[in-house]
Design a protein around this ligand. Structure first.
Ligand SMILES: Cc1ncc(COP(=O)(O)O)c(C=O)c1O
Length: 351
C-alpha cells in the first residue's frame, strides 16, 4: 500500500480514536500548514523539500510545545491545578509557551531556568523567551548549570502546596507520555495532509532535544504502520543517549495509547553531529543555515533547536544523503523568539 493510501487505512481511524480518549485543550492552532520550500529545493538541486509549520501553532509566537501543552494542561485543568511548575534552559521555548498557556487558563506558572550555557550576555538573560515568559506572568528563577532540576521542581511544588496551591508539575520540554501525545497527533495530521494532496513523503527530518516531539512522532508513525523514515537532528546529547531517550519515551507513549505491537529500536534514528560545542552555543553552520532559510524562504529558525536541525538538513542534502528521494518534510518546531537573545551570533549591527 502506498503512503498516500494511508488516509483510508483503518490504523488512521484507530489512532484518532485512541487519541480522543485523552483530554485535550485547543490552545494550538491546528492543523499547521504543510508547504513546499521550492527555492531551497532548487538551490540544493533536489529533492523537493517541504516544511510542516509547527512554528505556527500560536500561543505566544508558536512552536512545538503548544501541541504538548494541549494534553498536559488539559490534565492540569482536570486536576484542578492553580499553579504550574516547570523548567528549562534560560532561553527555553517550552517555559515561554507554558507561561502563556497558564496565563490563558488563569494559573500561575513557576519557571526554573537552568543556566546551561554560562552566558552573561544581557540579551541572553533578559530578551527573547525570558522577556516573553515574564510578559505572560511567569515567575522565573535562574539556577546554576548541573542543578538537579526535577528535584528542585518537586521542592518548589511542595512549598506551593504548603501554601494551599494545587500544583501540576510539567517535566522539562513537556516531554513525558502525555506531552508526546501532541506529536502522535502531529504524525496523524501530517499523513492526513499528505494523503489528501497525494504527496508521497520519503523522509521526515526534525529537531530532537528533550525527546517528546521525536518520541511522539515515532509512536504515531508506528501505530499508523507507516514506513516513512524519520530522522531526528540532535541539539544536546550524543547519539546513543538521544536515541535511547526517544525510544524509552516512545514505548511509554505507545503504552499510554494501549498499543502493544513491538517497536523496533532501529525506527529511532538520530544524527547528533550538528550540536557543536554544546547545547545552546551557536555554531557557524547554524548561523549560515538560519540566514539561508530566511533569505530563500522567508522562514525563521532558532539558534538552539530548529536552526541546528536545519543546518543538519542542508549539510546532509549537500552530502547526497537524500539522493533518489522525491519529497523530504522538515518538521519546523519553532523557537524564533530566541533569535532576539542571540543578536551577536547574527551580527545584528545597527543600520
Ligand atoms: C524550538 C524547539 N524545537 C525543538 C525542540 C525539541 O523538542 P523536544 O524537546 O520535544 O525534543 C525544542 C525543545 O525545547 C524547542 O524549543
Amino acid at each position: 500500500m502506498s503512503e498516500t493510501d494511508l488516509i483510508a487505512k483503518p490504523q488512521m481511524d484507530a489512532l484518532a480514536a485512541a487519541l480522543r480518549r485523552h483530554p485535550k485543550l485547543r490552545l494550538a492552532h491546528l492543523p499547521t500548514p504543510l508547504e513546499p520550500m521550492d527555492r531551497l529545493s532548487e538551490a540544493l538541486g533536489g529533492p523537493r523539500f517541504w516544511i510542516k509549520r509547527d512554528d505556527c501553532t500560536g500561543l505566544a509566537t508558536g512552536g512545538n510545545k503548544a501541541r504538548k501543552l494541549d494534553y498536559l494542561m488539559a490534565e492540569a485543568k482536570a486536576a484542578g491545578a492553580t499553579a504550574i511548575v516547570t523548567q528549562g534552559a534560560t532561553q527555553s521555548n517550552h517555559t515561554r509557551q507554558s507561561a502563556a498557556a497558564a496565563a490563558k487558563l488563569g494559573m500561575t506558572c513557576h519557571i526554573l531556568l537552568e543556566d546551561r550555557t554560562g552566558s552573561d550576555d544581557p540579551s541572553y538573560n533578559a530578551n527573547g523567551n525570558v522577556l516573553l515568559s515574564r510578559l505572560a506572568g511567569g515567575k522565573l528563577r535562574k539556577l546554576p548549570g548541573g542543578t538537579d532540576m526535577p528535584a528542585e521542581m518537586e521542592r518548589v511544588a511542595d512549598d506551593l502546596r504548603a501554601q494551599g496551591e494545587s500544583v501540576y508539575v510539567i517535566p522539562g520540554g513537556g516531554s513525558n507520555a502525555i506531552g508526546a501525545l501532541g506529536y502522535v497527533e502531529c504524525a496523524h495530521e501530517l499523513l492526513s495532509q499528505a494523503g489528501a494532496t497525494g504527496l508521497e513523503i520519503d523522509m521526515i527530518v526534525q529537531p530532537t532535544g528533550s525527546s517528546g516531539t521525536h518520541a511522539g512522532m515515532v509512536a504515531g508513525l508506528h501505530i499508523i504502520e507507516s514506513e516513512i523514515p524519520l530522522l531526528g537532528i540532535g541539539t544536546r546529547s550524543p547519539r546513543e543517549k538521544q536515541e535511547q531517550m526517544v525510544y524509552d519515551l516512545a514505548l511509554k507513549t505507545l503504552n499510554l495509547l494501549g498499543n502493544e505491537v513491538p517497536l523496533d529500536r532501529a525506527r529511532v534514528q538520530a544524527n547528533c553531529d550538528y550540536v557543536g560545542e554544546g547545547y545552546g552555543i551557536p555554531t557557524r553552520g547554524m548561523v549560515e543555515a538560519v540566514q539561508t532559510l530566511a533569505g530563500l524562504e522567508g522562514l525563521l529558525f532558532d539558534p538552539v533547536y530548529s536552526g541546528k536541525a536545519i543546518d543538519g538538513l542542508l549539510d546532509l542534502a549537500r552530502k547526497g544523503h537524500f539522493a533518489g528521494l522525491r519529497n523530504v518534510v522538515f518538521l519546523h518546531t519553532g523557537g524564533s523568539s530566541a533569535i532576539f537573545a542571540y543578536p551577536n551570533a547574527f551580527n545584528a549591527n545597527p543600520i
